[in-house]
Each structure stands twice: as C-alpha cells, then as structure tokens.
Ligand binder design. Structure first.
Ligand code: 2HG
Ligand code: ZN
Length: 466
C-alpha cells in the first residue's frame, strides 16, 4: 500500500476537527506512541490525535480516506501482538479521552461505557453495586476496555465466565469510511440479522473504531478459595487439568506455571512461599460462589483429583492476604520473564485435554532448534503462553531458527485441534503464520470482509493478514 504523508495542511485540518490542544507532533509523544507491550517493536506515527466524540472520529476517518493517510486506533498500548502500532506511520487516534462509565443499569444488569475506561476501574465500579464484570486480563490495571474488545481479551476467569466477547451486547462503531453505526441491541438474546457485534469484537481495530460499549453483567460472587498445587512432573500437572472438569467442577480459575516461570517471578517480586527442589510445575486453582461450605467441598473434590495425578502437598489460601500473595506470583510472571531475558511470546491454545501433549511437543521443538521456553498460562482454557528465550542463541540463529520453531509449534497446536492465538491476537507479529490455521478460502473470506468495511485500507493497515 502507498500512503500519503501527513502535511502541514492536514495537521491544520486535524486541529480544526479535534482542537489544537489535542493534536500532538512532539518527539516525546511520537516516541511514547511508537510501541506497545509487544517485545522489540517500534513504529513512529507522524501525528497523534486525541478526539472526544464519535463525530470527531468520523471526520478524522473521512479526512484519512480523502487524503489516503493510514490511521491506527490505540487504547492503553498494553497489546502483545503489535495491534496498535502505526506500521505505515500516519495518524494514531488515541482513545484515552473516551473515559466515562456512562451508565450502570442495575435493573437489567447492564452497563454502557466508553472504550477508554480502564478494565479494573470498571470492575470496581460494578462491584460497588454488587455486580460483576469477569474478564480480567493480566494488564487489567492499565488496559482499556476498548482494547479488550479489539483483542477479545481473556484472563484467568475466562475458564468459568468466558472472554470479553461473551459480555458485549451492543456497540457504537465509527466505520473506516466515517459512518457511525450501532451493531446490535441491549438484549441478552438477539437473532436479528448477521451478528455485527461479534464481528467487531476481536477485529483488532481493523473494521471500525468502537466509541460506546454495552456490557451485560453478573451478580458478584462473594467468596473464593484458592489452592496452589505443586507437581514434580509438569506433564502430570497438565494431565490433571481436564480431570477436574470431568469430575464435574468448573473452577473460576485454573492456571499453570512451569518451575522456571515461578523461579523468575520469585526473583522479581516479593512472594512468601517455599518450593521444594523436586517441584517442576504448579497449578493455581480458584473456586468462587456464595456458600463457603460448597466451596470447601469443591476444594476437597479437586484435591482428590490432584492427588490422583501425584501432586505434592496442596496449599489452601483462605485469607485475602494469602490469596493476593499467590495471585501476585501468577499475575507478575510475564513482567518477570520480560525483565529477565530477550524472548518471543506465543499464545498457543488447544483443547484442554491436549495440554500435556502440547507442552511435551514444545519442549521437543525447543531441543531441535536449541531454544529454551518458559511456559505458563490459562490451563483451564487449554491456553499456554510460551516464552521462547534467546539466551545463548546468536542473532543469526535467533532470526532464522526462531520462525521455523514457532511455525512447528503452531503446526503442533493445529494438529491437536487448537489454533495460534487464544487471547493476544494476531496483529503485526503473527500474521505470517495465518496459513497454518486457515485455508486460502478462509483467509480470502476474512480479507473480503475487511475490504467491505475499509475499501481504501486506511484503518490499521498491515495487521492480521500478509
Ligand atoms: C498472562 O496470562 C497474559 O499473563 C500475558 O496473557 C501477559 O505476556 C504478558 O504480558
Ligand atoms: Zn494470558
């Protein structure tokens, strides 16, 4: 794609749309908005605009089509697949001024919010009314709800409560060509026409810019219990996961951490825990509800399953402090890996009963190409985050062997009935592997949808597809 450059004339048009004070050209801003949380990527925008209304976004997109300028929508920049990076320069539309919770409807258990609201701020606002918005990505303290929709974000609670898409009823969206639409209705059941709401969720900012979100909510579960389950065998830990569900229990979280992941996070944050040398992996299992006796019975049943798979002594966390201590260990592991090594993160996902085969296969592929991996993730969803570590590999090996190893890992996922991203999305970094899960026809269908929504390909170009 050949795009035009942003000229002084275009800058003044941007300023007349959004206000001069909301248009940024300074080096500090251009640098700040040139990266997200994806390892080792930087692309500079030419200008950043911070609009406040859907109408302003509409006018910005109309201008971009007229002048053939690429536009990249951006939330909090916590993405992990380069989805918010302006890979062709152009204009970043930053959504942080869309930061209002417009309404919480306690009668219908619904809420209408703007996309620039931080996930945890929204969670806490609804908890204050006894309500619950479950999707809880690791970055919940800083990520925006709009970005959560763009990537259909998950997190530990997805195993029981589902992912972001499962809570979206209706959206206001500004199309790449500037029209403002509503995609659905504020209802729990909707069999009216194609599901434009679910098409937009997970489209990574390539089919439109979300400006209003209508969520469904649940009653807040008042109690939880949390267990840390150690295993001498990582494969056994993975095998135990599906047995819990077969035993009739759906935990509210079921996380897996390899020994390396824990060792690194314990060096990174203060966690009060003793781990025997023989332990090679842990499961972190949470149950939630409103009846303490039922929760304790669930924990007993889960423990029986775990011991059947040869776990070591289980730690039960009952106090808030004990739970916080264990969750801190899991929630900070990504930062610990990021701070410790040059790495490449993959977001593999398979049917949960195939987890042990996936983990074993990943280690064999690592041996074949000479790289080490540190694995952790949402075992209950069959979603394993694989951090491939550069360590002693030369730059040349890293740049030649790594793509081959990643391709084999993704081929293994698909062979096990899985796919190549569970929650982090495709964005810029995984688009070269889309031929593994999809046929040419399946990709051409998706590209056809993109061209229908964005005929001039000005919105978030270069993402998802090569
Ligand atoms: C997690 O489950 C996140 O910890 C990974 O999905 C976050 O890699 C990250 O930064
Ligand atoms: Zn995750």
């Amino acid at each position: 794609m050949n795009y035009n450059k942003v000229t002084p004339n275009i800058i003044s048009q941007l300023e007349s749309i959004a206000g001069k004070e909301n248009v940024y050209l300074d080096e500090e801003h251009l640098k700040q908005y040139s990266h997200d949380e994806t390892e080792d990527l930087k692309f500079y925008p030419e200008v950043i605009v911070k609009p406040r209304t859907s109408k302003e976004i509409s006018e910005l997109l109309i201008l971009a089509n007229r002048e053939n300028i690429p536009v990249t929508p951006r939330g909090a920049g916590t993405g992990l697949s380069g989805g918010a990076l302006p890979v062709f320069g152009g204009i970043i539309i930053a959504m942080e001024r869309f930061n209002s919770i417009l309404s919480i409807d306690e009668r219908n258990l619904q809420a209408t919010v703007e996309p620039g609201v931080i996930n945890q701020v929204f969670q806490e606002a609804v908890i204050a009314k006894g309500l619950f918005y479950p999707p809880d990505p690791a970055s919940k303290g800083s990520c925006f709800l709009g970005g959560n929709l763009a990537e259909n974000a998950g997190g530990p609670k997805a195993v029981k409560y589902g992912v972001t898409k499962d809570y979206v009823l209706n959206l206001e969206v500004v199309l790449p060509t500037g029209e403002i639409i509503m995609t659905g209705a504020n209802v729990l059941k909707n069999a009216t026409g194609y599901n434009l709401t679910q098409l937009i969720v997970g489209s990574e900012g390539t089919l439109g810019i979300i400006t209003k979100i209508v969520f469904r909510l649940l009653p807040y579960p008042s109690q939880t219990l949390l267990m840390l389950v150690p295993f001498a065998s990582a494969a056994k830990a993975c095998e135990a996961v599906s047995a819990v569900f077969v035993a009739g229990i759906t935990p509210s979280a079921m996380e897996f951490m390899e020994r390396d992941a824990i060792d690194w996070v314990l060096k990174f944050v203060e966690v009060n825990i003793e781990i025997k040398d023989t332990i090679q992996a842990h499961l972190l299992i949470e149950v939630d509800g409103n009846d303490a006796d039922v929760l304790m019975k669930d924990c007993e049943k889960i423990s029986e399953v775990m011991y059947r798979f040869g776990c070591d002594e289980i730690l039960l966390a009952e106090t808030a402090a004990q739970k916080e201590n264990l969750w801190k260990m899991r929630r900070r592991v990504a930062e610990a890996v990021r701070s410790h090594a040059v790495y490449k993160e993959e977001d593999t996902v398979v049917p949960r009963a195939e987890l042990a085969k996936l983990l074993t296969g990943i280690k064999e592929i690592g041996k074949k190409y000479g790289f080490r991996s540190v694995c952790y993730g949402h075992a209950g969803d069959g979603n394993l985050h694989v951090n491939i570590i550069k360590e002693q590999l030369s730059d040349e090996e890293w740049n030649t062997k790594l793509p081959l190893g990643i391709r084999e890992i993704f081929e293994l996922c698909v062979s096990l009935g899985g796919t190549i991203s569970g929650e982090h999305g495709i964005g810029w970094v995984q688009k070269g592997y889309m031929d593994i899960p999809f046929s040419e026809k399946e990709i051409s269908l998706q590209k056809g949808i993109k061209s229908l929504f964005d005929p001039n390909h000005i919105l978030n170009p270069g993402k998802i597809f090569v």
